[in-house]
Design a protein around this ligand. Structure first.
Ligand code: HEM
Length: 581
């Protein structure tokens, strides 16, 4: 199942970027150049981070994540990424977001900063495709470990690894390895060579240097270590490549001519490097597509690792939580399982869903939002996502300390209730006849077990009830759709059903048969906009039955399924919550 979290303001091309954040390239240039003035080695640090970000699962800044648990930075190939280069990317992000708001992803900033570092070191410029969102999770260990090892002697193996990422030409492998023209490495990465130096004077020198100082860093281009030029190939050509994987390029007949060509012509190298870097920037992403967010810190996903929750076929994404935790704005998008909220078999999942949202919100915002508010907002969004109206929701409820007493639960109307009973039950809560009919319209996405309408199927009196009786006789556990016209859509078809005498529950069909309510049934059947407007108003009214905040006890539960330990009773919801109500 594919889920997309929309990020507002992300741009899709350099032109769009320039329009949306004109300062972007200027900030990146200033910051990278200032950083390289202080420490030239950061250029290589950025370039390697870009490679290690893009190669495993496409460029998505997943390598930057530092949240607890297993992140890419703790995985083998990444443990020696330069910490100050990682920090530089985050520092640039902070400056860009301060100037333009959160419109530019860490992925885009990494790409732009890398290109700036290459150019500042003397290398070529190349196209960078902007508008890439930041990942919501780290790449898998398998994908990270697909990064090639420096101990690889087989060019065929290196080519295979690169081909798997859409870098199909031998020239891509050779040109991108040319990034080592500004690189350095610790002794461990070429110990396979220094262990058996033989008669090779260059390797003997490497070994002697490492023996003297095992913590030293070795320049990978021994000709011009800090300049981005073709010195790396000239060194290779003189058999002075540092890694086994570097030397392999000279030894293999497929790649050797390219090495020699680049050693002779810096222009040829630059032209190919520019092409191959653009390709590296376009390695296909996992999950497929531009899925993610614009992180507010490159080191963390926006909602503490749970920006996105997948639950029982439902996708949740959270907006605005970073800046306004008080404004709970959880969006529920119904994906494949529209019946989530109504399906008896899935009700357990729906309950769990509320708890999952609470967990994500509390992690991000602290315990500032009650389960009651989350339930109200989730319901409103579910209605809207199923095609229904937008329902305004007041926030600031607190969660009960006890279950409702049995007598209060018993005031919920029964499905075999007659209209008078329904009117009285709703009236006792301050809800009128219009509210009763409009709210019953929720059955447009409802389902019921056979036992809920057994009073009708016991003595069927028309084709519709006969059909229901037969279906239930075949399968007593089946779930009957309450809107037989368009059960999956939140629309006014339920009222058309009632007018057609195809209401399933006695409490439904009664509304069409009683003069006090039938005019509303007909009106809503004819006019969906009227139904939607009234439904939203009645839902809002119902959502205020329990006073939002106000007097009395209650708490913000740390777990929707159980009250907090005795003594942790929160008497006052935060002012912010009231302000947003
Ligand atoms: C062909 C496969 C490659 C292998 C086996 C390889 C391996 C390595 C290793 C082991 C290091 C040393 C890291 C350390 O000591 O901390 C390194 C450094 C580096 N690699 Fe590669 N690499 C490869 C391709 C690339 C590519 C395609 C790029 C970029 C386009 C790249 C950019 C760099 C840079 C810039 C450094 C220096 C990092 C620094 O000085 O902090 N490498 N590489």
């Amino acid at each position: 199942m594919l889920v997309v979290v929309l990020a507002v303001g992300v741009f899709s091309s350099p032109a769009a970027a320039a329009a949306s954040c004109p300062q972007l390239e200027g900030i990146v240039r200033t910051e990278v150049r200032a950083a390289l003035q202080r420490e030239i080695a950061l250029a290589a640090g950025l370039l390697r981070i870009f490679f290690h970000d893009c190669f495993p699962q496409g460029c998505d800044a997943s390598v930057l994540l530092k949240t607890s648990g297993k992140t890419e930075q703790t995985m083998g190939p990444n443990t020696t990424l330069q910490p100050r280069a990682l920090q530089l990317i985050e520092d640039i992000r902070a400056k860009v977001h301060a100037a333009c708001g959160a419109t530019v992803s860490c992925t885009d900033i990494t790409a732009l900063a890398t290109r700036e570092a290459v150019v500042a070191s003397g290398g070529p410029t190349y196209a960078v495709s902007l508008g890439q969102l930041d990942s919501l999770a780290p790449a898998s260990a398998t994908d990270v470990n697909a990064l090639p090892s420096p101990f690889t002697a087989s060019v065929a193996q290196l080519l295979r690894a690169f081909r798997g990422r859409g870098l199909a030409d031998a020239a891509d492998l050779v040109a991108l390895s040319g990034a080592h023209t500004i690189g350095r490495a610790i002794c461990g990465f070429f110990q396979d060579r220094t262990a058996n130096p033989g008669n090779d004077a260059f390797v003997r020198k490497l070994k002697a240097d490492c023996d003297t100082d095992p913590n030293r860093v070795q320049q990978l281009d021994v000709v011009t270590p800090d300049a981005f030029d073709n010195g790396y190939y000239r060194a290779l050509n003189a058999s002075q490549g540092v890694f086994t994987s570097d030397m392999a390029l000279l030894r293999d007949p497929t790649t050797a001519p390219i090495v020699r060509q680049f050693a002779l012509s810096k222009d040829a190298f630059f032209a190919q490097f520019a092409k191959s870097m653009a390709k590296l920037g376009s390695v296909p992403r996992k999950p497929a597509g531009n899925v993610g967010e614009i992180r507010r810190s490159c080191f963390r996903t926006n909602a503490g690792g749970e920006t996105l929750l997948l639950h029982g076929g439902v996708c949740l994404s959270f907006f605005d939580l970073t800046d306004h935790c008080s404004l709970l704005s959880a969006l529920l998008s119904y994906m494949s399982e529209r019946s989530m909220a109504q399906n008896q078999g899935l009700q357990q999942s729906a309950l769990q869903l509320i708890e999952s949202i609470r967990d994500a919100v509390h992690r991000r915002c602290g315990a500032t939002v009650s389960c009651a508010d989350i339930l109200a907002v989730a319901t409103a969004h579910a209605v809207n996502q199923a095609g229904g109206p937008v329902i305004p929701i007041a926030l600031g409820r607190r969660d009960s300390l006890e279950p409702a007493p049995g007598w209060a639960v018993a005031t919920l109307p029964r499905p075999d209730a007659d209209v008078t009973t329904l009117i009285n039950a709703f009236g006792s809560k301050g809800l009128g006849g219009v509210d009763l009919v409009a709210l019953s319209g929720a059955h447009t996405v409802g389902k019921a077990r056979c036992s809920a309408f057994a009073d009708r199927t016991r003595s069927p009196n028309d084709a519709f009830t006969t059909g229901l009786a037969q279906a239930c006789a075949t399968d007593a556990n089946r779930l009957q759709e309450l809107d037989v016209i368009s059960p999956e859509r939140f629309d006014n078809a339920y009222f058309v059903d009632l007018r057609n005498r195809q209401g399933v529950l006695t409490s439904d069909q009664g509304l069409a048969n009683d003069g006090r309510t039938s005019w509303l049934v007909n009106g809503f059947a004819d006019n969906q906009a009227w139904f939607f407007g009234q439904f939203a108003a009645s839902m809002e009214k119902m959502s205020k039955l329990t006073p939002a905040s106000g007097s009395g006890g209650g708490e913000i539960r740390r777990n929707c399924f159980s009250r907090n330990s005795p003594g942790i009773i929160i008497q006052h919801a935060t002012d912010d919550l009231h302000a947003s109500a």
